[in-house]
Design a protein around this ligand. Structure first.
Ligand code: V55
Ligand code: FE
Length: 485
């Protein structure tokens, strides 16, 4: 096939970008603070060739990494695809060879590793790790974005998989990780592991999940790790029959695995349950003064991944899906494994929660996230024809302050949607929430991308708007890396 399918996920703003290269001196409007010095790395699923499977979901595109380097008020941009085995072999073959999302039984050739490296890009121990949760990381050079290769931590990686959401401890600098389907597709095995700042593995604990569910994000407190299982289940027989990797299971509760963070044995895991729900991205978790776990995450009562329906083919109308920032507070030592009723921290339809990362695992008050609030005035009639589809849209950035209960909202305008924010600490300040918030913004009137920079304490307007001469496809995750790192 010589072009992308005429489907929402390949149309309008969702048309694959596929650009590699650099642009120096991006246009800057407003006042870009001179004390922002570092690089914003982010990754988007961006199919480099038309897919083998026509209705291929957004989640299956090839990882294309963008780097925005900011120094003393100037910005340069670079973008490069991760040279995964899939990318390299397909480029040589001049056609897609990998088949369905996470189903090797639909491939044209046999791959050693099927990673698309499209979900997150994390800086650890001097290299960038491009992550897809079905595989080990790919390592990249932070300066050149050259792919160094598949990275198994010099042979230490015990799991076939590595989460797209590892946590970096701001104090010990260790990386806390896990893999699920860790002994192969359809397996119940979870592997929990932590890596010292110099790359040495410190501990590995093998766990067994009650169901073969999707464990996308997780959370870490001072003394525990939490594994929220999405009731989207994998079945190896369905894979062999060339079916979908995931199927929504309305009979399956929301399982939350709770494991001591250090020195645990496999049998120490406790599986708490709550009514069938969709746990989205986590904001943070910590232990309160009573020793209870406080766990903040996005929670929906519907199947957020509506493109993977249940066994009967049912899935919700995307317009009816709402995710809310939700707080579970519970005693990790209790024998009652039913989670108590959670509290809704913010009523809006939100996702992509970020915090001041220095507060990871600690009691905190500030979170920053994407919000969809149609009452803000988005001109849907105007943008709908060029929006494309297959992903959940958000029209504003929110700053929620738990201490005051107040939310500030940044609305970039009637023809814009936003991507995931990142928090940038102000140089020289250690106070939580003192800094900037940055996010890529899709401009549907120019059909180009913009980087909007806000003062974290003033969401009334952007401090600076950085224009790209390009349209970047909606991405998943990114991170800010200070120059001295
Ligand atoms: C997610 C994203 C993925 C994936 C599994 O956002 C879960 C959640 C971009 O790929 O493969
Ligand atoms: Fe994610």
């Amino acid at each position: 096939m010589a072009h992308f399918p005429d489907l929402p996920q390949f149309s309008g703003f969702m048309k694959p970008c596929r650009f590699e290269g650099e642009v120096q001196h991006l246009e800057v409007y407003g006042d870009l603070p001179k004390d922002i010095n570092g690089t914003f790395y982010r990754v988007m699923p961006d199919p480099h060739l038309p897919p083998r499977v026509e209705n291929d979901p957004w989640f299956n595109g090839d990882g294309n990494v963008s780097a925005f380097r900011i120094t003393h008020g100037t910005v340069s941009f670079q973008q490069r695809y991760v040279r995964t085995e899939k990318f390299v072999r397909e480029r040589e073959a001049k056609q897609a060879l990998a088949g369905k999302y996470r189903n090797k039984y639909t491939d044209a050739v046999e791959f050693a590793v099927r990673s698309t490296a499209n979900t997150n890009i994390v800086h650890f121990n001097g290299q960038l790790l491009a992550l897809k949760e079905d595989s080990p990381p790919y390592a990249m050079d932070p300066e050149t974005l050259e792919t160094k290769g598949l990275y198994d931590f010099d042979g230490q990686l015990p799991s076939l998989t590595f989460t797209a959401h590892p946590k970096l401890d701001p104090v010990t600098k260790e990386m806390i990780c896990f893999g699920y389907e860790a002994k192969g597709e359809g397996t119940l095995d979870i592997c929990y592991y932590t890596v010292e700042p110099d790359g040495r593995f410190r501990q590995t604990v093998w766990l067994v999940s009650p169901v073969c569910g999707l464990i996308h994000d997780f959370a870490v407190t001072e003394n525990y790790v939490l594994f929220p299982v999405i009731p989207q289940l994998c079945d190896i027989e369905r894979l062999k029959a060339q079916g979908e990797h995931w199927q929504w299971s309305p009979e399956t509760p929301f399982y939350l695995g709770v494991l001591p963070r250090n020195g645990a044995k496999s049998s120490d895991i406790k599986w708490f349950t709550y009514k069938t729900s969709f746990p989205g991205h986590t904001a943070n978790a910590y232990e309160n003064e009573r020793g209870y776990i406080v766990f903040d995450l996005g929670l929906s009562d519907k199947n957020v991944f509506y493109w993977w329906p249940d066994a009967q083919g049912n899935s919700p109308d995307p317009h009816t899906i709402v995710t809310q920032l939700t707080r579970f507070t519970f005693d990790p030592k209790t024998k009652d494994l039913n989670l108590p009723q959670p509290e809704i921290l913010h009523p809006g339809n939100s996702e992509f929660y970020r915090i001041d990362d220095r507060m990871m695992s600690k009691e905190y008050s500030h979170s920053y996230f994407d919000l969809m609030d149609p009452s803000l005035g988005t001109d849907f009639a105007r943008i709908a024809p060029v929006m494309g589809g297959g992903y959940p849209p958000y029209n504003s950035l929110a700053h929620f302050n738990r201490k005051t209960g107040k939310t500030d909202v940044y609305f970039p305008g009637t023809t814009y949607l936003v991507q995931e924010p990142v928090f940038i600490p102000r140089a020289g300040s250690s106070q939580e929430g003192d800094g900037y918030v940055m996010a890529l913004v899709n401009n549907y009137s120019t059909m180009l991308s913009e980087l909007h920079v806000l003062d974290a304490n003033d969401f009334s307007k952007a401090k600076a708007i950085i224009l790209l001469p390009l349209r970047l496809r909606p991405g998943l995750h990114g991170n800010w890396v200070e120059n001295e790192q």
